[in-house]
Design a protein around this ligand. Sequence first.
Ligand SMILES: [Zn+2]
Ligand SMILES: [Zn+2]
Length: 721
Amino acid sequence: MECLYLLIIVGPDSRPGSLRLSGSSIVMEVSVSHKLLLFNLEFFLLLLLYHSFGYICALRYCVMWVLQSPQIVRQVPLQSHLCYTCHASSRLPASFVSLNPSAKPVKGDGANNQLIQSLCRGGDLKQAIQVLGNEPNPSQQTCELLIYYCAQKNSLSDGIDVHRQLVDGGLDQDPFLATKLINMYYELGSVDHACKVFDETRERTVYVWNALFRALAMVGRGKELLDLYGQMNSTGVSSDRFTYTYALKACVVSELSVCPLRKGMEIHAHILRHGYEANIHVMTTLLDVYAKFGRVSYANSVFSGMPVKNFVSWSAMIACYAKNEMPMKALELFWQMMLEARESVPNSVTMVNVVQACGALAALELGKLIHAYILRRGLDSILPVRSALITMYGRCGEIELGQRVFDNMNNRDVVSWNSLISIYGMHGFGKKAIQIFENMIHQGISPSYISFITVLGACSHAGLVEEGKFLFKSMHSRYRVHPGMEHYACMVDLLGRANRLDEAMKVIQDMRSEPGPTVWGSLLGSCRIHCNVELAETASTMLFELEPNNAGNYVLLADIYAEAKMWSHVKSVKKLLESRDLQKIPGCSWIVIKRKIYSFVSVDENSIEIEALRALLIKLLTEMKEQQGYVPLTNIVHYDLGEEEKERILLGHSEKLAVAFGLINTEKGEIIRITKNLRLCEDCHTVTKFISKFANREILVRDVNRFHRFRDGVCSCGDYW
Ligand SMILES: [Zn+2]
Ligand SMILES: [Zn+2]
């Protein structure tokens, strides 16, 4: 139907003015003060019929009749519904008011509410706001609808306009509308306006507080949120589950001077005191907070204490393990979920974490099983799942399988491309990684922040200094991606590894922001490779200040001093480490044999099994000394000990034990796959190269940075790692 609305303007004497046809609408005009009335649809159709057949007299008669029959005119509920329907199906852009701009509705009786609402629903927000100006008593529902449509239309200026009119009418003090206004401003991206609404609202119900908390939490203004949360508690308004959820989220996003974890614990206590410990949403968010701060045991106790768990809680706990470097636990919990919680079907988010855990463990067979499960559940069409699969195969040493997953994707986002770039990068195929990066751009996908981290990392592992420098320069100039801390860290790593430490230092000095621990950490790592004591001291001074509790930095510095044979310095670094009550992270390697994971720790153990492995290693190393002139790199042992004792320590390195275990427990021709939590040491690298040749076995070692594929006495990294 062309047009289904009609304007009738009635003068005080209830006589209609002249009838005029405007487009496909029928308009009557009078010159005196007017009243806007809406029409009954059936009657309107009759009018339309008369109109289309040119029965103007009949039309006029009908209108007269309507105006003299108050029962028809006053059928407001029926009319409002019809009016809405009419508007929704109307193709005519003009609206009631614009048909006769001189018509000023009579103020004061709220008659415009229906009109405003129907205009909103019909998409004519501007007109609706104009009518609002003539309506001193808009209903709460009308205002709510206006606010809703301002957000829907994504129009901040309209939102501000409506807000101003509500302030003029004193309606902004209605806590319900204040809540809606805050939500609207958040959705329109102006949290400052939302704060202003909040500040001006005198009666703050829990909904008003929650609306602002939500806005602040979503934009990462955690500190403000927590300050306000304190205020709310002192005003006596009781928190509800949403309040707790937002306050907990604030702990994660805030950069507080006080420890956000402690704040989280305070809120935890609050939750217990107010009986919310059985609320699944609140407790899952709490679990997330503990997970985020690496408090796995706290997270676990929250999880085990939950009387009811849904798949979100299970997933949160699995993610907690996966993100806190406990992939084994993540997988165990996943199996438990499958067995115990049959109603909690894992979703794509769970599966991403599970796939990541397989990748972290380099558990290829398990990963394939999980992949099969994903296919069966039809979750493989979900992009993050696919991207996680690509990375998983890469981390298990199977680039081809990763590439195959990528090739089979119908559509790819930047994350899938990044995954592919990263797996080539970690295997040392820098040129290929750059080529994929360029392909991605060629396909019309803009590189993201992460794309540059992966491609620069790939350059670094392959020693592609010039290519890396070029990409780094093009980041902002060509792709408008601002270099962040991670990119600078990549550049320092790239230059540092290539023994261009001065240039690396220059990159740090030219940074616009304060270099963070990742940047200094990259420099220290490079100093360790090239034994540069002076720069190492500069970097570690900064690092001890920035992350005083990271034991790894102290160990690296001690390594450098040890290599430079500065034993007194080694001692003092170790004292510092002890005085701060920190412990060196033990080297740990693991190997998957027949779907079972075996892990080895670099500590002095004397179990029978370890002794057997040592015996095998001694046999191999003696051979190696005789045949290849192998000299154990004892200088990397930073204890001032005799050579023999140092050799013994080297022999106990977890990766060597894992290699020996692999030699004994795998078939000839089978690839030995080992994963290590730290960087592979020089001595283990040399020894593994030799074993690959001597035992005629391919050995794949993934250390914390990259892959090493040892074959026939050579490593794929070309001794550059
Ligand atoms: Zn080693
Ligand atoms: Zn290597």
